[in-house]
Design a protein around this ligand. Structure first.
Ligand code: ADP
Ligand code: ADP
Ligand code: ZN
Ligand code: ZN
Length: 808
């Protein structure tokens, strides 16, 4: 490509060889909505992130010092012949943003800055709470002088939560109705609580509910009562003068004194974030909170759902028409709020902490921020922005992406959603298969051309989204037993009743913000955990639970990453690495060199590369860029020192084994007990393309989740196990979803119960039962709007009903 044109209409990639890419050439038009698709593992991220975005980033290292450039530049250069027509690129990825609780939807999107200016200009106050300062800074809860002194601007306090602490009220003290004191480490506290109750004349063997209210209150809240008690701990009896502290203040003291993460977690498991009693969550000093604009304080506006705040700002803009400065301020706030509604997060509130947002929500909030900035000439890179979005809202997301394009930006989206693919200006399919079976260009061009592209796995799904012959289940199975919940609460749930069949597969669906995660996290998961005999979870937040008698185990397969260090990988996670190391240790070469199984591990000092301590990479801290990982120079990424690399098993050394794909390794070690079966399970869940030694930190949320499923499949079937899944289709192409469905069906066939939070039409269609929450998100949601077999829900006039109706 010798075109001298400095601002070409295409970004051109030639000869990309990153990861599995096979000398891939592709042209991507600028100022267009480009969607990159292909099966999981086909090479989409390798093209979009590791080649195009990485190259754009690298070019923007140019202002760095020559030394830094030399250090990082070479290693960051993707393996590609050329990339031309690159512009500055911004990745609006899935990564959860700040974990800082001070970052809120309002502050992260700059709406809060505009609001503060507005309050400084237009605010009026009744004066009873002191004299407020009227500058924009004075409305910032990050300003110590103006923040609520009690919570220092956090708006919250961590408190022991009676609902989490108490087990069923039919349990007695001795039976452990106070859950934190069932822990072996709290044996003394448990024993003291029995003595304390006795000292008050109460019987520790009576059900909690029949103790006097005053006794119950002191067991929970007592701040320190003198107590002389005979204590029997591990068979030894002593008399002690001591003080009894109720379980709630005790938890708060534990948290204060906690020395490590584990101790903190033990305490916080029973604690809830409650609103700061002084500012009632407003985060500001009383004087600042008393300032009003159009009848509302700044904290009131931040507590409203964004759609409501938008209506307030609209009214304000209309009322301020005569005052140009006020009108401008109001219009700015209104436009920013409007961007948030447009991307489909109008049910959130401005004071919602960013760390509590889901990955998809965080990405859409960031999209709104960029819409508001009005920049142009950039390339935006998105990673499945439709994640967690109900199909009803895909149209809005597309409008927002198109606005970004129309402002003069290039929009590059990795996506599987068929509606998004169909709406793209330009579709790229990488494939046709995963890993070594992929890495080639299947199609690049307008979507219409996809049908004629040889090997396209996307085309058949675009022409018949339902897939041929998919019939929705139409009748209840008479053999099902049902789990039933009444009075379920948590976040926006409005005392709902739900039921779902055991030994079957249920989808919990509903538009974003309708309350699905709340139902799972606060009700289903704790109830299933309790039924499975675990007592480390809070009590479910509902009035009654029944029908869970058959549940003997719970596996919650969420999106949480598998391991935070590059040392965990598919082989260690599936438990095959230990077996493989023993095979290496059993070779004559190993015996001769005196190498044991431990020397074939990169987690032990013995055999690992000393320079990188077995990580294969070294972290380089950069001054104003995120840390960079560079391959270790000493071992070249092999992770081992020289001696452990000499012994061979089936012709391969240990580093080469770790470099095999799971699929290939399953063939090489098919006959090895404890190795073949787990590796075949990886292939079954569609992860055959993973390299055995590939660090778990490189896995997407969906891949991590499928890895956890694989471990379940590889294990012994335990009938009665309940599996809870959270958006399991994340990262899956329509063609992969069929495979996921059959994996889930296998769990059911083995006597399991599957409950998945998902909007994916093909997963819902394959389910036995649907629970739909809605009607809308936030305060407009929190109800069960439909439940039943899919065909029954398809007949209803609800958001999911309409989606399923398209399916039949
Ligand atoms: P997709 O985005 O289409 O799911 P990827 O581009 O992530 O696919 O992966 C393509 C192939 O490259 C897969 O075989 C994957 O295992 C491999 N791969 C991805 N990341 C890495 C990495 N950091 N190191 C080695 N191989 C990788
Ligand atoms: P879904 O899973 O259907 O998207 P959620 O259960 O996450 O819905 O949310 C239901 C409602 O509860 C929404 O209004 C949401 O903003 C609110 N919500 C969810 N999590 C939290 C939280 N950690 N703090 C405050 N509000 C929350
Ligand atoms: Zn406060
Ligand atoms: Zn090394």
């Amino acid at each position: 490509d010798r075109s001298p044109n400095p601002s070409p209409d295409f970004l051109r990639v030639r000869g990309a060889r990153v990861h599995n890419l096979r000398d891939l050439d592709v042209d991507l038009p600028h100022r267009a909505l480009v969607v990159v698709t292909g099966v999981s593992g086909s090479g989409k991220s390798s093209l979009v992130h590791a080649t195009v975005h990485a190259e754009a980033q690298r070019r923007h290292l140019q202002p760095l010092s020559a030394f830094t450039r030399q250090l990082v530049g070479g290693s960051l250069r993707p393996d590609v012949d050329s990339v031309t027509g690159v512009c500055a690129s911004v990745a609006v990825g899935q990564a959860r943003a700040a974990t800082n609780p001070r970052s809120t939807v309002g502050t992260a999107t700059d709406v809060h800055d505009y609001l503060r200016s507005l309050f400084a200009v237009l605010g009026s106050c009744d004066g009873s709470a002191g004299t407020p300062e009227m500058t924009a800074r004075a409305f910032s809860f990050n300003s110590p002088a103006h923040a609520c002194p009690a919570c220092e601007g956090l708006g919250t306090a961590l408190r022991g939560d009676p609902a989490l602490v108490l087990d069923s009220p039919s349990r007695s003290l001795r039976e452990g109705v106070l859950r934190p004191w069932r822990d072996r480490r709290a044996a003394v506290e448990h024993e003291l609580s029995l003595r304390f109750a006795e000292s008050l004349g109460a019987d520790p063997d009576l059900p909690w509910s029949s103790l006097e209210a005053g006794v119950r209150h002191r067991l929970l809240y007592e701040r320190g009562a003198e107590l002389r008690a005979e204590l029997t701990i591990r068979g030894r009896t002593t008399v002690r003068d001591t003080r009894f502290v109720g379980v709630l203040p005790w938890l708060e003291a534990c948290l204060r004194d906690a020395s490590g993460e584990a101790a903190r977690a033990r305490a916080t498991a029973f604690m809830g974030v409650s609103t700061c009693p002084d500012c009632r969550g407003g985060r500001l000093s009383p004087a600042q909170l008393s300032v009003r604009v159009a009848g509302q304080g700044i904290a009131d506006v931040c507590r409203m759902e964004i759609t409501e705040a938008l209506a307030w700002a609209d009214d304000l803009a209309a009322a301020a028409a005569g005052d140009p400065r006020a009108a401008l301020g109001a219009a700015e706030v209104r436009d920013r709020l409007d961007d948030l509604v447009r991307v489909g997060v109008g049910y959130l509130t401005l004071d919602r902490p960013v760390p509590t947002l889901s990955g998809g929500e965080a990405q859409r909030v960031r999209l709104a921020t960029h819409l508001g900035m009005g920049v142009f000439g950039l390339m935006y890179v998105f990673d499945e922005p439709s994640t967690g979005l109900h199909p009803r809202d895909t149209g809005r997301l597309l409008d927002a992406l198109r606005s970004l394009r129309d402002q003069g930006n290039s929009v590059l989206v990795v996506e599987h959603d068929l509606d998004v693919i169909a709406a793209a200006d330009w579709v790229v399919e990488v494939g046709p298969g995963p890993g070594v079976h992929g890495g080639r260009l299947v199609h690049a061009g307008p979507v219409a051309g996809l049908a004629a592209a040889e090997g396209s796995v996307t085309a058949p799904y675009l022409s018949a989204p339902g897939g041929a012959g998919t019939a929705l289940r139409g009748e209840e199975d008479g053999a099902w037993r049902f789990a039933e919940f009444t009075g379920a609460e948590g976040n926006n749930l409005r005392s709902v009743s739900v039921r779902f069949p055991l030994g079957a597969m249920t989808c919990v669906t509903g538009v974003s913000g309708s309350g699905k995660s709340s139902l799972v996290a606060h009700v289903l998961e704790p109830a299933l955990a309790a039924a499975a005999g675990r007592d480390d979870r809070p009590a479910p937040r509902c009035a009654s639970v029944s029908g869970l008698a058959g549940v003997t185990g719970l596996v919650a397969v969420g999106q949480a990453p598998i391991g935070r260090t590059p040392r965990s990988n598919a082989a260690t996670y599936m438990g095959v690495f230990d077996r493989l190391r023993k095979m290496f240790a059993a070779t004559p070469e190993a015996a001769e060199a005196g190498l044991g199984a431990g020397d074939f591990s990169f987690n032990n000092a013995g055999g690992r590369c000393a320079a990188c301590e077995g990580a294969g990479v070294v972290q380089v801290e950069m001054f104003f860029l995120p840390d960079v990982e560079l391959p270790c120079e000493t071992c070249g990424g092999a992770r081992f020192s020289e001696a452990p690399l000499r012994p061979r098993v089936r012709g391969l050394n240990i580093a080469e084994v770790l470099g095999l794909t799971a699929e290939r390794a399953a063939e090489v070690f098919s006959d090895v007990k404890g190795v073949g079966a787990p590796l075949r399970a990886l292939v079954d869940v569609g992860l055959g393309y993973l390299l055995l030694g590939q660090s778990a930190t490189t896995l997407s949320g969906g891949e991590a989740q499928r890895l956890k499923l694989a471990r379940e499949l590889a294990g012994d079937a335990v009938p009665g196990t309940a599996y809870l899944l959270d958006e399991p289709t994340h990262g899956l192409h329509a063609a992969d979803v069929a495979r996921l469905n059959s994996v889930l069906r296998r769990l059911v066939d083995r006597g399991g119960t599957v409950v998945a939070v998902t909007h994916h039409p093909a997963v819902m269609a394959a389910a036995d039962w649907i629970v739909e929450l809605g009607e809308e998100g936030g305060a407009g949601g929190g109800k069960v709007v439909a439940q039943g077999v899919p065909a029954r829900v398809a007949g209803q006039d609800t958001h999911t009903g309409r989606v399923l109706a398209r399916w039949v």
